[in-house]
Design a protein. Structure first.
Length: 206
């Protein structure tokens, strides 16, 4: 499984400014990539290229054995009356797992994200940080090849954001390429690799 950028550049419109150019990187499962840069540097744009929602203006995005791509957005959304656990169990059932093993896997994901004590709480009664961690657990529950996470801590206060940052570490998964767009230095530090779109001398990558 490989997701790769080859000399990718993008801009909107015929003569708009380039948001980024010359991006070349291979993304591997098991790693958590921080995609950083100030607001407007093109982080969300690059995520949509990686999700095949649009094509880059130059260069190529290569997809090898990438089946499912999942997103986690900045604002958690769920069904207010359903339990937290249901939000994680449903995508597992949707993959075709039997109810008993779906429940075991959902329990395991809830503890991995520190959510066991709120498993039976209604989504509508979760705090902002709990809801965001639940979105990470739900994102992994569908077992995507690629999990794209856009600004997971943007709406959170500092302390809550710190708990989400530790949860970012828990998202690393041998089956999944995880990419987190963030302008938060601490979220960046929680990731295993960094790709910066915002440095003044142009994009910077490992
Ligand atoms: N569909 C679009 N059409 C034209 N311009 C866009 C579109 N989407 C984003 N932009 C512009 O491209 C720039 C980068 O946006 P974005 O990728 O959302 O950056 P970031 O996520 O880093 O804040 C911004 O100036 C934004 O206004
Ligand atoms: Mg954005």
């Amino acid at each position: 499984m490989l997701l790769a950028l080859e000399n990718v550049g993008h801009r909107y419109g015929r003569d708009g400014d380039w948001l980024f150019r010359g991006l070349t990187i291979d993304f591997h499962p098991g790693e958590v990539y921080a995609l950083t840069g100030p607001s407007g540097s093109g982080k969300s744009t690059l995520l949509s290229l990686l999700a095949r929602r649009s094509r880059p203006r130059e260069g190529a995005v290569r997809f090898t054995d990438i089946e499912k791509v999942s997103w986690v957005f900045q604002n958690p959304f769920g069904s207010p009356h359903r339990t937290a656990l249901d939000h994680v169990a449903l995508p597992i059932l949707a993959r075709g797992e039997k109810p008993a093993s779906a429940e075991d896997e959902a329990d395991e994901l809830m503890s991995r994200f520190g959510l066991q004590s709120v498993a039976q709480r209604r989504f509508g009664d979760l705090s902002g940080g709990e809801a965001q961690r639940l979105m990470l657990a739900r994102g992994l529950a569908s077992r995507p090849s690629v999990l794209l996470i856009d600004e997971p801590t943007a709406q959170l206060d500092r302390r809550t954001a710190e708990r989400v940052d530790s949860a970012i570490r828990a998202v690393a998964d041998p089956r999944t390429i995880v990419i987190v767009a963030t302008h938060d230095e601490r979220t960046r530090a929680a990731c295993t690799k960094q790709l910066d779109l915002g440095s003044p001398e142009g994009p910077d990558y490992p």
